[in-house]
Design a protein around this ligand. Structure first.
Ligand code: RNT
Ligand code: ZN
Length: 420
């Protein structure tokens, strides 16, 4: 059987289960997913030499890390060719392209330092999301930025945040696509603090000052990302879940909450939090990652919680309300493959969620026909999803078979990455 024939047969089987695979494929093609530039160089960036700080860590030293903007763009181009669906580019401020002799510190960054990225985005017709970088920098004082008791330090980081709002506006204007700008800091303490509220009050004031920079909320979408703990910051995190959610709830005209599924206690599920937040927030944002025992940022796989998160977006018809971004970094394996597997996994999760008779299931639940619901939810797990996935890849012009794209990655590793 050819792939087309297999798809036709799968389509019929899904139709019997109440699923329109054509509609699923066409809808998914239009949904942007943010591809994080930082998988390509272990969250290093181009504006400093120091180590990665802020409580996050990459482990491994697989050869081929991108060391220049040109290399990172070349690597991203590989990934874009190998994944189906609509890619959006996710940048961090530390990826500013600073020509020799043109150094600008983080509080001095301007749109012009990102012109190369805009050119790249236009070439590939991508929208751009953005992140101020509140880590890996000498002005992080005693592990604190926006919550620092040192006013000069705090001012520096507020100015950085404001500069990033202006850069986000520039991205939105240039691409015509809204720019999601995520605020995350690793601020916190390694051991039991004496004052938990003071830093939070300063953090609150700092974010408010950043958001006082003028922007059009239709085009620039600031988010606040919470976290439970980081490496070296185990006892106390300023931007905790309650802090960030409450901040977003108190500023709904200016920002939205961002949930990273690596940032909660291991038995808490972001899939369950998505519909909870959708009851209150017009829009929310996600960082999709795979935590193993902690916020380890492993490559996203097509696993149960990934599928469950995708289901919550799809069955609540929330594509317009949920901004989806990948956020993980593995330096122990081929980075192009890491990017590709993660992006493809999230696409699979969304496509499978779309290939589900969600309304029929909802009705079963409402009628309390829970036995039947279980039977039907189990039944669909063995439907021929692989054939629909292959068709989707083909229609997007991406390789359907993993062996096919992986061969290309191996070739690129041999010819380009190993020579760096
Ligand atoms: C860290 C947060 C944050 C970062 C990126 C690089 O725990 O998840 O989103 O991963 O900003
Ligand atoms: Zn994150």
């Amino acid at each position: 059987m050819t792939q087309k024939e297999r798809y036709e047969s799968a389509k019929e089987m899904y139709a019997k289960l109440g699923v329109d695979t054509e509609a699923a494929i066409e809808l998914l093609k239009q949904q942007p997913v943010s591809l994080h530039c930082w998988q390509g160089d272990d969250v290093t960036g181009f504006d400093h030499d120091g180590p990665l700080t802020g409580g996050i860590q990459t482990t491994g030293n697989y050869p081929g890390r991108a060391k220049t903007p040109k290399q990172l763009m070349e690597d991203l181009e590989q990934v874009i060719r190998l994944v189906p669906g609509k890619v959006k580019l996710n940048l961090h401020a530390c990826y500013a392209i600073l020509e020799p002799g043109q150094f600008a510190d983080r509080d001095q960054l301007e749109p012009k330092h990102f012109a190369g990225w805009v050119e790249f985005a236009k070439k590939h017709q991508l929208g751009i999301d953005f992140n101020p970088t509140f880590f890996s920098h000498e002005r992080v004082k005693d592990g604190l930025t926006l919550s620092s008791p040192d006013e000069e330090t705090r001012r520096f980081w507020i100015e950085h945040g404001k500069a990033c709002i202006r850069i986000s506006s520039y991205f939105a204007q240039e691409t015509g696509i809204p720019c999601v700008m995520n605020i995350w800091t690793g601020d916190g303490y390694k051991d039991i603090p004496a004052d938990r509220m003071g830093p939070r009050m300063r953090y609150k004031d700092s974010i408010e000052q950043i958001l006082s920079e003028p922007y059009d909320y239709q085009m620039v979408k600031p988010c606040v990302e919470s976290k439970v703990f980081g490496i070296g910051v185990e006892a106390y995190t300023v931007g905790s879940a309650e802090f960030s959610l409450s901040f977003a709830a108190a500023h709904t005209e200016q920002c939205m909450p961002l949930m990273d599924n690596g940032h909660y206690h291991p038995t808490e599920m972001v899939s369950d939090k998505i519909p909870a937040l959708l009851c209150f927030f017009p829009e929310i944002a996600l960082h999709i990652t795979r935590p193993i025992r902690w916020d380890s940022d492993h490559v996203v796989l097509f696993d149960d919680e990934t599928k469950e998160m995708a289901k919550e977006i799809v069955r609540n018809q929330a594509f317009e309300r949920v901004y989806m971004a990948l956020d993980y970094f593995d330096a122990s394996i081929n980075r192009i493959a890491a990017w590709t597997v993660g992006f493809r996994s999230w696409q699979k999760a969304l496509l499978q969620a779309l290939c589900t008779p969600n309304e029929a299931y909802q009705q079963l639940q409402e009628q309390n026909r829970m036995t039947e619901l279980m039977v039907r939810q189990e039944e669909i797990k063995t439907a021929p999803f692989g054939d629909v996935w292959a068709e989707y890849c083909e229609r997007c012009g991406a390789p359907a078979e993993d062996s096919e794209w992986f061969a290309q990655v191996q070739k690129y590793e041999k010819e380009v990455l190993r020579k760096r």
